[in-house]
Design a protein. Structure first.
Length: 144
């Protein structure tokens, strides 16, 4: 049997013999910072994801794509802020922490822009384009 064929056969045998991922345990997990237990990063991250999804699912749809988009994106951005905050609490890598800080700042600015736009759209008469001031934020300059 050739070396490459032997490798394929041995790899397939190892995969077949391995227990499913749900049954595997790792002795070192208990002390790992991302192990799943109350207060861990993984537990808190999943809780933030669930909270974000539940909040987004409670947003009533109006049938207006612009308003519905903004209403859904606000809790989505807040979820990103909440998750980035967890990296600041649990993370150690300076560049990842810096990215988390930048995400928090940019997402907060965009939430403000979206809230302002949503308020304008809710007050605007149908088809009243003149009532739509330009968005500002981190996605570029103002546009007409």
């Amino acid at each position: 049997m050739s070396l490459s064929r032997r490798s394929v056969v041995l790899s397939a045998a190892a995969v077949a013999a391995a227990p499913p991922a749900s049954a595997q345990t790792h002795a070192g997990d208990a002390g790992h910072p991302s192990a799943v237990h109350p207060g861990s990063f993984a537990t808190e991250m999943h809780a933030r994801m669930r909270a974000m999804t539940e909040t987004m699912n409670r947003v009533p749809m109006t049938g207006d794509p612009d308003r519905d988009f903004l209403a859904m994106m606000i809790p989505h951005h807040q979820g990103a802020i909440d998750m980035a905050r967890l990296v600041l609490v649990h993370g150690r890598d300076p560049l990842t922490r810096q990215l988390a800080e930048e995400i928090m700042a940019s997402q907060q600015a965009e939430i403000g822009s979206m809230q302002g736009r949503l308020a304008t759209l809710e007050r605007a008469p149908p088809g009243g384009a003149e009532a739509f001031p330009a968005l500002t934020g981190t996605r570029g300059g103002a546009s007409p």
